[in-house]
Structure formats: C-alpha cells, structure tokens
Design a protein around this ligand. Structure first.
Ligand SMILES: Cc1cc2nc3c(=O)[nH]c(=O)nc-3n(C[C@H](O)[C@H](O)[C@H](O)COP(=O)(O)OP(=O)(O)OC[C@H]3O[C@@H](n4cnc5c(N)ncnc54)[C@H](O)[C@@H]3O)c2cc1C
Ligand code: SF4
Ligand code: SF4
Ligand code: SF4
Length: 313
C-alpha cells in the first residue's frame, strides 16, 4: 500500500513531513526530531473528504503514539494534534488518555476550517480556528507532521485484470461478501487480507491473514474438489469456431481448437471449455449468434420452455 502525501497546500515547505517521513527521522534521531520544541500533527490530510471519503484508520493512533514518545523524550516540548475526530478506538483510547495526561494539546477542527500551514522567514506557522475558544490560533511550529491518507496501490488494477479479483471504488480489493465471505474473493481459491483490502491496523491485518490462510487450508486439505454443475457446454453441431465468445469470457475458460486440415483441405474449428475455470455466467451463450455454446440447464430450448410455461399460466 502507498501512504501518499498527495497534493497538499504544504508541498515544498521545509519541516513539513508525512507521518512516514517523520518515523524515519525520529528513528534516526536526526536533527529535526531531537531539536524540535514545537511539533504540530495535522490529521485527516486527504482522508474523509471529496474523492476519498474513507477513514485511513491508523493515523490517529499513529500520531497519538508519536506524540507520547515526543513528550516522554522531552516533557517541555509543545506537541499539538489538530484533528477532526479522534479515532483511537477500542483499547487505543488508553493512548489518547495518556497523551492528554502528558500534556499533548488536542485542537478540534472542522472540514470548512482546515488548518493553514505557512512558512515565513524559515518559521512555519499553523493557523486554525479553535471553535471551543471561538478564536483563531496561530501555532509556531518547528515541524509539522501530516497524517496523509493511505491510498490503494495502482498495481492492484493489474491483479484485478489478471486474476479477476474485484476492486472497490477506492481501488482497494473487495471481498465477496462483507459478512458471509469476508476474506474470500468472488473468484474461487483467491483470498484477501491486510492493507490491500482497506486501511487497518496491524492486529486486524494479522487476524484477517489468519482467517484467509484457514480458508485456503480448507481447500488445500481436500484430495478432490467438487465443481458446481452449472457450466458452459459447446455444441459442436453449431459452433464454427468464429471465436466471438473467447474474449467475453471473464474467466478465460474458453480456448479455440483448430484441427489439422482434412483431405478436403478444410480446417475444423470449434471451442473447448475448461470446466474448472468456467463459472457458468452465461456471457458466452449470450454472445454466440449460432447457439454454439450453452450453459447446462439453461439452454435456449429450456429457457424458451420456461417462458412459454410462465406465459401459459
Ligand atoms: C504510516 C502508517 C502508520 C501506521 N501506524 C500503525 C499503527 O500505529 N498501529 C497499527 O496497528 N498499524 C499501523 N499501520 C498499519 C499497518 O502498517 C498495516 O496494518 C500492516 O502493515 C498491513 O500489513 P500488510 O502485510 O497487509 O501490508 P504491508 O505491510 O503494506 O506489506 C505489503 C508488502 O508487499 C510488498 N509488495 C507490494 N506490492 C508487491 C508486488 N507487486 N510484488 C511483491 N511485493 C509487493 C510491499 O513492498 C510490502 O512489503 C500504519 C500504516 C501506515 C502506512
Ligand atoms: S484515523 Fe484519524 S486521522 Fe486518520 S483518517 Fe481516520 S479520523 Fe482521520
Ligand atoms: S460458441 Fe459461438 S461464438 Fe463461440 S466460437 Fe463457437 S460459434 Fe463462435
Ligand atoms: S459461462 Fe461464463 S465463465 Fe463459463 S465459459 Fe461462458 S463466459 Fe466463460
């Protein structure tokens, strides 16, 4: 997954970093991390608005945790967190409480009053409307840390095309059913877990990965796998191998068979359906103009009889 700053009004201002960049600096104890006396975290940068309505879910905890470490390292530091909603859910609430006890300042902002980061004479200032105090605040900051949105990896589209695994509107992988099949893809034998599914903290990623591996084990432990009965069946009396249906099959289940020329020199062409790959969706049947292929149990004659029976009632 990518953790992208995207385009922010702060791009290019020195001492304005993303959460990941801050982590690297803090780990290395580079000059920024050890000398800074005033640090401002800005939450929900690029999340929960316009094109990205989802919550990135980990950034509140990440900023609160970082703020605690900064305060523990130097209690005289001024650490402020500008937030829309503090989503330190579950047991993470204890971190929120601890940060407040250590003196981290939490300032709530609204979407219509987003913080404004400006740089003048090498000094970064963050302006925000404090709607509790009912007045604008200007905070001098040695460093500003942006909790930027977690965005889907564009590579997911390649996997989507290759394995026919669905993506949601935000580009994350989508499970077959949120409640009934939460780690399955609609494509059988494919499972999903982790940040590629949607933003989530590490323990949720691990729990989901365990569930996905358990689902995979139920398949791998079988010596035989039974297929559904509903599969496409070519009708070689009608199929002339025109290949119209090949590209429409979303599961690449159809191959064109070309037999060597007979004595008359004619090449015999027809299709073959891989029953393990076919999902019985019927697209090939709907495409074929010659009744060269039909889904078992749903042949044209059967469907016609059903319609006639329904109309006769
Ligand atoms: C800035 C940030 C802060 C976070 N803070 C917290 C926190 O405080 N607490 C918490 O619980 N969670 C936090 N998380 C979430 C946590 O990091 C994730 O839940 C966890 O890393 C998800 O694990 P994953 O294996 O699904 O994905 P990842 O950790 O993203 O691992 C995916 C791996 O796949 C590799 N990869 C990608 N594409 C390919 C490819 N085509 N071929 C081969 N390899 C590939 C990547 O390089 C990567 O190593 C945070 C996440 C971010 C980004
Ligand atoms: S986790 Fe917090 S900072 Fe991140 S998008 Fe959700 S509310 Fe905003
Ligand atoms: S099944 Fe129909 S569409 Fe497909 S190759 Fe045969 S004739 Fe063409
Ligand atoms: S029924 Fe659907 S999955 Fe099966 S061969 Fe036809 S198009 Fe492909």
């Amino acid at each position: 997954m990518r953790y992208g700053p995207e385009s922010t009004a702060t791009a290019g201002i020195p001492n304005v970093v993303t959460a990941l960049e801050f982590d690297r600096l803090f780990k290395l104890r580079e000059q920024h991390a050890i000398k800074t006396k005033s640090i401002v975290f800005i939450q929900c940068v690029g999340s929960r608005e316009k094109d990205r309505m989802y919550c990135s879910k980990v950034c509140c905890t990440h900023s609160v945790q970082s703020a605690i470490e900064l305060k523990q390292e130097d209690p005289n530091r001024m650490v402020s967190i500008l937030y829309r909603d503090m989503r330190t859910y579950g047991q993470r609430e204890a971190l929120f409480k601890k940060a407040r006890e250590l003196g981290v300042i939490f300032i709530n902002y609204e979407l219509h009053g987003k913080p404004i980061v400006e740089s003048r004479h090498k000094q970064v200032t963050v302006g925000v409307w404090d709607h509790v105090l009912h007045r604008p605040l200007q905070i001098q900051a040695d460093m500003v840390v942006l909790a930027t949105a977690i965005v889907a990896n564009p590579d997911a589209e390649k996997l989507n095309k290759l394995y026919k695994v669905s993506l949601d509107g935000d580009g994350f992988f989508q499970e077959a059913h949120a409640k009934l099949r939460p780690v399955d893809f609609t494509t059988e034998g494919m499972f999903v877990a982790g940040l590629a599914h949607y933003p989530k903290p590490v323990e949720e990623s691990v729990a989901q990965a365990l569930a996905a591996s358990a689902r995979a084990a139920t398949l791998l432990s079988r010596s035989e796998v039974s297929l559904d009965a509903i599969k496409a069946e070519p009708n070689l009396d009608y199929c002339d191998g025109c290949a119209l249906c090949l590209d429409v099959c979303p599961y690449h289940a159809i191959t064109l068979v070309e037999e060597k020329p007979g004595e008359d020199g004619a090449v015999s062409k027809y299709i073959s359906v891989n029953k393990a790959q076919c999902k019985g969706c019927g697209l090939c049947q709907g495409t074929c103009p010659k009744r060269g292929v039909a889904v078992q149990g749903f042949t044209m004659d059967q469907i016609t009889s059903q319609i006639e029976a329904a109309l006769a009632v």
